[in-house]
Design a protein around this ligand. Sequence first.
Ligand code: PAF
Length: 213
Amino acid sequence: MTKILRTISELRAWRNALPAGSRLGLVPTMGALHVGHISLMDLARTHCDTVIVSIFVNPLQFGANEDLARYPRPLEKDISMLEAAGVDALFLPEHTEVYLADNSTYVDEEAVSLPLCGALRPGHFRGVATVVLKLFNLTQPHFAFFGQKDAQQCAVIERMVRDLNVPVDIVRGAIIREEDGLAMSSRNVYLQAIPPRRCASPLPEPFCGLRGL
Ligand code: PAF
């Protein structure tokens, strides 16, 4: 049974009750779980005695015109998947539990985060690094697991952990793909199939039948 922890005090009490010397693994997510997430939980189980998953749609990492409001939030399905995966605990905080109204402290990584997605999504990696450091401080895991699909995110988090001496080992999980080769992502629900003959995309098969809305 996956224990659901909604507040920081519930999380801390649960964390403090873990047996001394047991290794804790954290899989941070924004929910809308898929097989890629489950593979990270399975990987965590091979490294750790206890596995905790967080689900928090972090507003700080969404730009003004991005999909925060419509980001998929199938919570009941997510919880069933966590149960089936044998996850020990779910940290499921409200926004106000994570960010105080006058929060004024952020994490800015200033090299790895700047090109690529960082250039296209200003503030995105600041939001990611800030919430991930908070999740590390709250859960105090020995290991944390991130998908290689978000390679730049992995690099930013690894640099933050190195530069700020955060006592956690980062483990990258392999990209998990759909049968047609598309990397699994919570945002794939935004894609729609387009008959190949109407597709003017330069992308090779099997991607040319898929376009973001
Ligand atoms: O990869 C994600 O789902 C998010 O960026 C993360 C790491 C959970 C931080 O909100």
